[in-house]
Design a protein around this ligand. Structure first.
Ligand code: SAM
Length: 148
């Protein structure tokens, strides 16, 4: 899995444990300082069991992965921070396997918070298929799929 804009890793450790030892989470962020914070978090005693996170300092515009190589990509309160969202979606589509998932989570207090309908419109306009959503007005996750 790839988390774009992992920040200090508020969600990354949960996902790493969920995918288990045979899975892997690439934690990518454009800001080295955020990755330093995640590195420090992973060094804490309670997280020493986590061995399946790889930190990557890159932008969403240049994902360092082969075409059709990832099962899932997700972002939490990141998508609206990316100025050229279509370019990022193009990269995400390139690296996802056919049928792979894209999850976008938004939380209301975030200054860039978009309506769920806005997120769906932006992403499906680039050819992703809407696969479902969960949550409520205050926080939601929309799941998309790359076509088979
Ligand atoms: C609001 S924070 C969210 C951090 C984390 N996902 C969370 O929910 O705690 C947004 C993060 O996205 C990163 N970011 C913004 N634009 C980016 C881009 N174009 N490529 C990669 N990361 C980006 C920022 O550096 C920041 O760490």
């Amino acid at each position: 899995m790839l988390e774009i804009g992992c920040g200090s890793g508020a969600f990354t450790t949960f996902v790493a444990r969920a995918v288990g030892p045979t899975g892997k989470v690439y934690a990518l962020d454009i800001e080295p300082k955020m990755l330093d914070q995640l590195k420090a978090k992973l060094a804490r005693p309670e997280n020493r069991d986590i061995k399946n996170i790889e930190l990557i300092n890159k932008s969403a515009y240049e994902l360092p992965f082969a075409d059709a190589s990832l099962d899932a990509v997700y972002m939490v309160t990141v998508f609206q921070e990316i100025p050229d969202r279509n370019r990022a979606l193009g990269e995400i589509k390139r690296v996802l396997k056919p049928g792979g998932f894209l999850g976008i989570t938004e939380l209301f207090p975030d200054p860039d918070y978009p309506w769920k309908s806005t997120t769906i419109k932006q992403v499906t306009a680039q050819g992703f298929l809407l696969d479902g959503s969960s949550g409520n007005f205050w926080n939601y996750t929309v799941r998309f799929r790359k076509a088979q």
